[in-house]
Ligand binder design. Sequence first.
Ligand code: GLY
Ligand code: MN
Ligand code: MN
Length: 272
Amino acid sequence: FRAIKTPEEIKNLTVACDIASRAFEKIIKDIRPGVTEKYVAGQVSGVAHSYGSMVSFPTIFSQHGEIQHGYPSMNVLEEGRLALCDAGAETMNNYCSDNTRTMPVSGKFSQRQLEIYSIVEECHDHALDVAKPGVKWADVHFSVCRLLFDRMKELGLAKGDTEEAVKAGAHAMFLPHGLGHMMGMDVHDMENLDQINVGFDEEVRPNLEQFGTNCLRMGRRLQEGFVVTDEPGVYFIPALIDDWKASGHCAEFLNFDKIETYKDFGGIRIED
Ligand code: GLY
Ligand code: MN
Ligand code: MN
């Protein structure tokens, strides 16, 4: 079963990660006002190919990080915006990597961007602290969601009891996807087997009812040799804000008036 990676496979995955990190080093230099999203995304392919590799999936690159899997457009990068790049390399023997970085187009975060970035970074690091063999990945996910919700409360965007809020799914206003997935010879490893057979088992079943939680690709207990991505994000999705505000969904946990002032923010994800 491909879930447990051998040391040889880990070596191949590390090569895929190293190539992608060179691609990220390249695009950090290319990102500036006036260049198109497609130009920057193309550099990722160029670097991957120059190391005898290819991209592990079509590069996600967008100033609209709040749109999940937003592919690069011919729009030019604009001063003051954020650019989210989610990309990976695939080695000649098909081992994949998958990383995300979100960068300020002007080279410097605004105060508001830095506040949200720091929260995402803290969530990312928190997952690394909590995750270890024997721990359910779903518990890592929800631990991150609680931390994120606490931080949103500190910014005045959320309110109420954090435990109750996360149970109700209020955090999905900001983080509507799962914390991560297995990675290997597929970037979402073995997804053709159907995610329910890969990321879940008899003990940990998916919750297909709750918005956000139904997007978890994985929940099962971690074992030594698993390779899983750690990819928290904070997004401000105008359509979701309008929808929940109009219906009053989770209104006891969210300060919609304050959240609305972030409608032009975009989204931030960090993935390793
Ligand atoms: N690159 C797709 C993902 O992060 O799952
Ligand atoms: Mn990714
Ligand atoms: Mn991923």
